[in-house]
Ligand binder design. Sequence first.
Ligand SMILES: NC(=O)c1ccc[n+]([C@@H]2O[C@H](COP(=O)([O-])OP(=O)(O)OC[C@H]3O[C@@H](n4cnc5c(N)ncnc54)[C@H](OP(=O)(O)O)[C@@H]3O)[C@@H](O)[C@H]2O)c1
Length: 330
Amino acid sequence: MIKAAVIGASGYIGGELVRLLAMHPEVEISAVTSRHHNGKKIHKVHPNLRGLDLRFTNNYNFDADVVFLAVPHGTSMKIIDDYVESAKIIDLSADFRVSLNLYKEYYGEHLKPELIDEFVYGLPEIHREEIRRAELIANPGCNATAVILALYPFKGEISEAIVDLKVSSSAGGRRENVASIHPERSNVVRIYKPSHHRHEAEVRQETKVNAQFTVHSVDLIRGLLATIYFKMEINEKELYKKYFRYLKEPFVRIVKEKGGMQRLPDPKYVIGSNFADIGFTYDERNQRVVLFSALDNLIKGGAGQAVQNMNIAFGLDETLGLNYLPVYPV
Ligand SMILES: NC(=O)c1ccc[n+]([C@@H]2O[C@H](COP(=O)([O-])OP(=O)(O)OC[C@H]3O[C@@H](n4cnc5c(N)ncnc54)[C@H](OP(=O)(O)O)[C@@H]3O)[C@@H](O)[C@H]2O)c1
């Protein structure tokens, strides 16, 4: 059995990691940490996890083969030294996802620049072979995962794209914030970040496309939809072919129907699963490609992708503990 520890287990990503790891047939959870809930049973913070015999600890001296860092940006680089020698690390923060130059442009100064190149960018559909050999894995951002999966087949063919993102409230984490309380957050279509969103850095690094994001907060608890636009002379048949590369991928589905309730990706139909749904359309009159990418930010955009990376890095079947269909209706 793989001994797994989750640091930051009281957060939304931490809670999802614990849920997924508790159902994983090859994993034993050796520690779930929280500074504020030390000693409490896990369901006192995550009521959905009632029945699991786990208590939070603030003792960070534990035995683990893999450590998941589910902590805010800037925190992983402060605590990583304690685990680098003893375990594989899967970091869900943004601290080690991009090169130092991109990090400085989008985030600022880095405290551990010497470690950045040791990390593998944990997007299995692109970096599976490196992940197999990795000791340190930087799990991609949720928005970045959706955009990169849709754009990657166009790498080398386009240099710019406009990206409209609609994101749910859980993407902001659990910390208290007046803008996130129910009367303020409900019913919004709020421009959260009109330009220069930090996840652009990951897209630039992985696809070489200058993707320009505008991010809207919408009235969803989980899930996101990326709509991506760029000009290109192509047709729908050729667009289809671009996505043949994903036909063997266990967690990417192509959604493109002529009729019915769901013609193109919608986060509603991926919730609770590790799927990313990708679709497209071509506006012939304007030679404009429009791509759509939907996923659950807490699963394929976070905890599920981290478990997928763990499976690959430990030589397990990549789908172990993740092979279930979305919850519906939600
Ligand atoms: N939410 C998403 O959709 C999503 C998706 C992909 C990636 N991510 C990334 O995943 C990370 C966690 O996100 P989240 O949404 O779960 O955030 P969150 O709900 O705010 O949880 C973060 C947890 O980290 C713990 N923590 C904070 N500072 C710490 C420190 N110095 N040492 C140890 N633990 C500390 C806190 O627990 P205690 O205070 O109880 O110790 C907190 O519960 C972030 O970097 C985020 O950007 C989030």
